[in-house]
Design a protein around this ligand. Sequence first.
Ligand SMILES: [Zn+2]
Length: 222
Amino acid sequence: MKILQCWDDGVVSDARLVDLLRRHGAKATFSLNPGLYQNNRSFGWLSEGREIWRLGLQELPAVYQGFEICSHSMTHPYLTDLDGSRLDWEIRASRDLLEQLFSRPVTGFCYPFNAYNDPVLSAVRSAGYHWGRGKREGLHRFPPVDPLEFSPTCRVLDPEFWRKYEGAKKTGGGFFFWGHSYELSTEALWDDFERRIERISSDGDTEWSFIGDLFEPPLMPI
Ligand SMILES: [Zn+2]
């Protein structure tokens, strides 16, 4: 079974996350908003009283070396509130900037706030993205009905994580979780997460995959 994971927003705790993932040979996809970075690390927002900081533009290529990058739009707006050239800019210019920054193709899109509708889907489609992360969590299937709505199995902190993992092994189609590294807000959560990654990496029935690799034609069963 293929295992996929996707992390959003490009925050400072991603640097700790990628170290952990590298230790265990785990692949992962990171969704970034290239229009929100400053050269150095910068304050982003407060989450339950904690300051969340963004990584600096200069360090992005090194931090995410060896991992897949996808666009999370330019500035993380509700895309459903936008249209025309502003919508198009969020979707296309973000990819162009990421491709420039990382010197490689960017083929996936994650909708900010998981918010999208038909006009957003058609803008992402016409921009030529191969896949988008869908919002119908729990309705994960591969291949998806629409590659631009490739929905995850669950969130990283889902209490039913292992039950869903074992269920996915029985039914096939892969196991796909997502989250934000700042959700790992305590040492206990980091420890627990590292044990999950260890267990998945040592499971002989599974294999880590980048999401984009699934959507290179022709699509293969996973
Ligand atoms: Zn986000």
